[in-house]
Design a protein around this ligand. Structure first.
Ligand code: PMP
Length: 367
């Protein structure tokens, strides 16, 4: 008898975690460090920021030309045509639109159990039957099991590479062997939200399957480009799929300011971006080393976050995350993914990580 669609009632809330302001007020803190959402800790790049400021004076206009220009830039970057590119208000919005494009009541959808939670929520919302396949003990996609679970009803397979929350990548050769086995009528959606942080020698190149297999590659400006608050993502696929995507989504599903920031970053900020990438990857290695000294074991990360197993004998991740929050550090407790002894920590600035490590050391010795 609900006002809402049945699927809305059965769908778990998509957990985002506490905001900085909430934590600041709740615990009467001056300083809160947010390492829970895998954001880029640095403000938008120089040209990107200036282009966004300039864009404001033209916000009376719809972003028609902006769409065309950014699609061309993204096509050039990926050796594709503008017809292979569509935009969205963040990868999250794109993932939702893709579900609307494909999933009918009863269609089977394969996802990894410990992966980005939105795939499951939006697939269920469309009436899909979600089949969850656990990661292996070393946090890899169990591709053999994915293959076993493909049936006549399988419509979509969601792959997150590198994977959130584990930060791991699936070996390129394994993924490619899997792709060769996927039946031609099954769509593989690859979420590459963190791909720019990965080692490209080991990352499977899905873009080259476009036109040969039913593949869509989703990316975002939220992480590597530091534009999480601007809300902009893109998807690469064959022109027929892009047309279907554009039919399902609203006409202007992102804004001129975000597009201006993204286009300027691609064209003029590459040197600065590369410097930031090096800084983040260097700080990540320092963080992994420090966590190791505290007794954590950290999965090999190819992203701007780390996934760490608590030391033997430590309290569970919920207790640690709550205690850290009271000290002004927001991290992610991985219990909702079925990892009650793991935390996920974003690679913030060097200073933020020092703050986190000092609070973590105190929390561990007081519990
Ligand atoms: N995919 C993955 C794997 C993510 O981790 C996130 C954000 N945490 C998103 C998609 C959504 O990103 P956005 O909507 O900001 O582009």
């Amino acid at each position: 008898d609900s006002t809402f669609r049945n699927e809305v009632n059965i769908t778990q809330p998509y957990i985002q975690g506490e905001t900085e302001d909430e934590v600041r007020r709740k615990y009467h803190l001056d300083k809160v460090v947010k390492l829970g959402s895998n954001e880029n800790p640095y403000a938008p790049y120089y040209h990107s920021k200036n282009a966004m400021i300039r864009s404001i004076s033209t916000l009376n206009r719809y972003p028609e030309d902006d769409f065309v220009n950014l699609k061309q830039l993204l096509a050039d970057e990926n050796d594709l045509k503008p017809e292979n590119v569509a935009l969205g208000s963040g990868a999250g919005n794109i993932i939702e639109t893709i579900s609307k494009m494909f999933i009918n009541e009863g269609d089977e959808v394969l996802i990894a159990k410990q992966s980005y939670r939105l795939y499951r929520e939006v697939s269920k919302l469309m009436g899909g039957k979600v089949i969850e396949i656990p990661l292996t003990d070393d946090y890899q996609f169990d591709l053999e099991e994915f293959q076993h679970k493909i049936t006549d009803k399988t419509k979509l397979i969601w792959i997150c590479n590198p994977n959130n929350p584990t930060g791991t990548v699936t070996d390129a050769s394994k993924l490619e062997a899997f792709m060769d086995q996927v039946p031609d009528d099954v769509w593989v959606i690859v979420d590459e939200a963190y791909a720019q942080f990965a080692n490209h020698l080991s990352l499977a190149n899905f873009v080259r399957y476009i036109g040969r297999k039913r593949v869509m590659v989703v990316r975002t400006f939220s992480k590597f480009y530091g534009l999480a608050g601007a809300r902009l993502g893109y998807v690469l696929a064959d022109p027929e799929a892009i047309q279907a995507y554009d039919t399902v989504t609203e006409p202007f599903n992102t804004n001129r300011t975000a597009i201006a920031g993204a286009a300027a970053a691609i064209q003029f900020d590459q040197a600065q971006i590369e410097g930031t990438r090096k800084k983040i990857l260097g700080d990540r290695e320092g963080l992994i080393e420090s966590l190791g000294l505290l007794g954590f074991s950290v999965a090999p990360s190819q992203t701007n976050f780390v996934f760490a197993k608590l030391p033997d004998g430590a309290p569970n991740a919920t207790t640690i995350a709550d205690a850290l929050m009271k000290q002004g550090v927001i991290i992610r407790d991985c219990t909702p993914w079925g990892y009650p002894d793991h935390i996920r920590v974003t690679v913030g600035t060097h200073k933020e990580l020092e703050f986190f490590l000092s609070k973590l050391t105190a929390v561990l010795s007081n519990l």
